[in-house]
Design a protein around this ligand. Structure first.
Ligand SMILES: Cc1cc2nc3c(=O)[nH]c(=O)nc-3n(C[C@H](O)[C@H](O)[C@H](O)COP(=O)(O)OP(=O)(O)OC[C@H]3O[C@@H](n4cnc5c(N)ncnc54)[C@H](O)[C@@H]3O)c2cc1C
Length: 446
């Protein structure tokens, strides 16, 4: 049988992994990327940006055979460490014993995926190729080769759009009939800052947790890097009395941080410069449906579902897209139209669920993570789950440490929240939270 000739548009995290999984199925894959090759010396450098990789992401990397390679260049974070205004610390484990989420360099992960893809004869990268449009009748993609300023076009059996939140491939589908699309910006944006390493290269604060400075309407977080630094992100209102708009001078930055995140400031010697040199970026939720156009075009990753980063699941869900596609392909590769349609029908509700969960988690992280009631709820849930793992898996664990469908995790989470509301109403719950009677009550409600 002749090899299928397919295109992957966008060589980011999801596109690079998808290309590998397609090549493993015996397809010939051309991968188009508008940027230059990020492995080339002149492109490497700049700020370290990291991401939290968890079970779903590793599961997909496993299929590509590089989960262990990536684990070896990542730092496990076993829980959240909350910093209050007085510098007091509260620790909350993410899961059981050695369950962790892993901080990994975005650029390092992307490079590893590209290096691995290079081992496949059937994968060809074409950098500096910006997708401009697609002719859906002929399945032809139009590109601008940005190095020679020339328009080129190529035709394929199938086209996979992995070109991120502002996808050109999706842009073409948006002009077709019955394609639903929505885009919602959060009123908050973000800015990346840094905690550099100590002189001896060690981390200045505990490297095995995700640090959060929850402040009600906004928050600061920090994730560790292998070089001893932390990538720090300020999530903050774009406009208003206390916002990116209201902070105008280096003195404003200093005053705001000193008042709001006093224990972080001594670790951020370049704070004021970084604040004004680094961009302020927006956060958007993008939903669309269907993710396919006939059996010609299919969207994956942020191109299909951009979500806010507060559950650490954007990339993980994109990686899961490729893994699910790969599994479904093994079951029904004969009928590609059915496969594309079934895939879209299956994944859209899951993407919508994680989009909702991610929006909710912003409130949990910035507001509730420092709230006593909330911390007690989590403690009770943990205790019950330890006693009855078959009856209760906390929603965070379902999302982060399992591959239970996101839509199912969301449903279970809603049921659990109702039960916990009743438990928190129990008399003297602060004193007797781990009593047998509390555990029995939960059991009866489950
Ligand atoms: C602040 C922040 C923190 C995050 N933290 C986490 C986290 O901890 N965990 C997690 O799982 N997720 C996280 N995410 C989400 C994660 O970054 C994305 O979900 C992930 O990068 C999506 O991968 P992708 O390959 O689909 O898209 P992208 O990474 O955006 O890659 C798209 C690629 O397509 C290329 N491209 C774009 N347009 C064209 C075109 N017209 N032609 C050709 N190529 C094109 C781009 O250059 C890029 O290389 C975070 C996101 C943000 C903003």
């Amino acid at each position: 049988m002749e090899k299928k000739n397919v295109a992957v548009v966008g060589a980011g995290l999801v596109g690079s992994l998808h290309a590998i999984l397609l090549a493993k199925k015996g397809m010939h894959v051309d991968v188009f990327e508008r940027r230059p090759d990020l492995r080339k010396a002149e492109v490497i450098g700049g700020r370290s940006i990291n991401l939290a990789l968890s079970h779903r992401g590793f599961n997909a990397l496993e299929k590509a055979g590089i989960a262990d390679d990536i684990r070896s260049i990542s730092i496990p974070m076993y829980g959240r460490k909350m910093h209050d205004k007085e510098g007091n610390l509260t620790y909350q484990p993410y899961g059981k014993d050695d369950e962790a989420i892993y901080s990994v360099s975005r650029g390092g992960l992307n490079q590893q995926l590209m290096n691995l893809a290079d081992d496949y004869e059937d994968i060809h990268y074409r950098f500096n190729h910006k997708c401009l449009d697609i002719n859906l009748e002929e399945n032809t993609i139009f590109f601008e080769d940005t190095q020679i300023n020339k328009e080129l076009n190529y035709s394929y059996d199938h086209i996979f759009g992995t070109d991120g939140a502002f996808s050109a491939v999706r842009g073409r589908l948006q002009k077709t009939s019955m394609f639903n699309y929505s885009q919602d910006y959060l009123s908050h944006g973000y800015k990346e800052l840094v905690i550099p390493p100590n002189k001896d290269g060690s981390h200045r604060i505990d490297k095995n947790c995700l640090h959060i400075w929850p402040r009600g309407k906004f928050m600061l977080i920090a994730l560790p890097n292998l070089d001893g630094s932390f990538t720090v992100t300020l999530f903050f209102p774009m406009k208003g009395a206390t916002s990116f708009e209201s902070i105008k001078t280096k003195a404003d930055v200093k005053q705001f941080f000193n008042e709001t995140f006093p224990d972080a400031v001594p670790h951020m010697p370049t704070l004021e410069t970084d604040y004004f040199e680094n961009p302020t970026s927006s956060l958007v939720t993008i939903r669309c449906n269907p993710w396919n156009y006939e059996d010609k075009v299919l969207l994956l990753g942020d191109a299909a579902h951009a979500i806010v980063p507060f559950y650490g699941q954007g990339m993980n869900s994109g990686f899961e897209d490729t893994a699910v596609f790969s599994e479904m392909y093994d079951e029904q590769s004969e009928d590609m139209l059915k496969l594309f349609e079934d895939y879209s029908n299956k994944r859209v509700p899951d993407a919508n669920a994680i989009a909702d969960l991610a929006l909710y988690n912003y409130i949990e992280m910035r507001d509730l993570a420092g709230d006593e009631d909330f911390l007690l709820r989590k403690k009770i849930e943990r205790k019950f789950s330890d006693l009855h793992p078959d009856l209760w898996m906390p929603m965070y664990s379902q999302v982060t440490f399992s591959h239970i469908r996101y839509s199912k995790a969301l449903e279970a989470g809603k049921r659990q929240a109702k039960i916990m509301d009743q438990v928190m109403e129990m008399k003297n719950i602060y004193e007797r939270w781990d009593d047998e009677v509390v555990m029995e009550k939960i059991k009866s409600l489950v």
